[in-house]
Design a protein around this ligand. Structure first.
Ligand SMILES: [Zn+2]
Length: 340
């Protein structure tokens, strides 16, 4: 089954479960309360309020546990608004999980352990659970009708907790707690590689079997192959990764797709499917050097010289700010373009 279909089915079942509870609560109101329509109206208003509040509480849980474990918050998506701390303090509203970013991002300040990553995931779930329990218990202090209305509004918080706790998607909080598919192993290695690179070092080679071949971990294996000028291995690695594109997480997709497109472009081996993905990718607002390099190569292949030059200028500007290891890899990758 396709990954998106599976995710959709799981979401629908979770919606269904909590919808049934909401309908039962509404039925109770209609059968027992005077002015039932008024209570139903209030319950309807409470649903979006609970949705926004439970997202806020959930992300706060991640932020608190991240801070306690030595992570620095770069961006935090609270659902209705995103807090961007990369350069100062910036708030943007209605930035729901946009395709080109907008997810919460925590970066390590010292070596990361698997336990810390699991704690980070646990923080969100724990805060969500406390919210559900606290508001649920609080509602019991009121008259029966008010209790019912409050519980009805709370069902959306129950739904959010359920989807975050379900371990079907390897990046969900629940999946991270049980290290599904070894994703936490891969993430832990990738974060430590990233940390080393930011500190001006070359990341250590790891046995990717230890990370159960998680794409996020294979990515650094690929970069090291480029760094060591083993281009045959680099090309082979991205080819093999493309076969697993359906299993990529959101982060893995935007990290790896530019590399896959780049190699296919310079070897003039773009398939129809990959070309479709490439066109879609180039419509996004990404500005990583890998993305710009892939886009540059693609415009060159299409003979769009002027467009290619504009992109090349952005690429050079991005590169001037890149850590030494990435800059070194980029110059080696671009050299392959001239050969290809
Ligand atoms: Zn979460």
């Amino acid at each position: 089954m396709k990954k998106q279909t599976k995710t959709l089915l799981i979401n629908l079942s979770a919606v269904f479960l909590w919808l049934v509870i909401a309908i039962l609560l509404i039925a109770r109101l209609i059968l027992t309360a005077k002015n039932a329509w008024l209570y139903c109206l209030i319950a309807l208003v409470l649903i979006p309020i609970n949705y926004a509040l439970s997202l806020l509480v959930h992300e706060t849980g991640h932020v608190v546990f991240a801070a306690a474990n030595g992570f620095k918050c770069k961006t935090v998506n609270f659902g209705l608004f995103t807090l961007d701390l990369t350069s100062g303090f910036k708030l943007s509203f209605f930035t729901f999980m946009a395709e080109d970013g907008g997810e919460s991002l925590f970066v390590p300040t010292k070596t990361v352990t698997k336990k810390q990553l699991k704690l980070l995931a646990f923080g969100g779930l724990a805060f969500s659970f406390i919210y559900l329990l606290a508001v649920g218990l609080l509602s019991l202090a009121f008259a029966k009708e008010v209790t019912t209305v409050m519980l009805c509004g709370l069902t959306v918080a129950g739904y959010l907790l359920t989807v975050n706790a379900l371990p079907f998607d390897k990046t969900s909080d629940g999946a991270m707690l049980i290290n599904k598919d070894g994703y936490v192993d891969g993430l832990c290695y990738a974060q430590n590689c990233q940390l080393a690179i930011e500190n001006g070092l070359v990341p250590e080679q790891n046995s990717i079997e230890k990370c159960k071949n998680q794409p996020i971990c294979v990515y650094f294996d690929y970069l090291l192959a480029v760094y060591n000028q083993n281009f045959a291995k680099a090309e082979q690695t991205v080819k093999l990764l493309y076969e697993r594109v359906e299993d990529f997480s959101y982060d893995e997709y935007y990290l790896l797709l530019p590399e896959i497109i780049y190699w296919a472009t310079i070897k003039n081996a773009l398939t129809e499917g990959l070309e479709r993905r490439a066109k879609h990718l180039f419509e996004s607002n990404l500005n990583s050097s890998a993305f710009l390099r892939a886009h540059y190569a693609y415009r060159l292949l299409k003979g769009e010289r002027e467009w290619a030059t504009t992109i090349k200028n952005s690429y050079d500007a991005t590169l001037s700010k890149a850590p030494a290891f990435y800059a070194e890899c980029e110059s080696k990758l671009i050299s392959q373009l001239c050969k290809g």
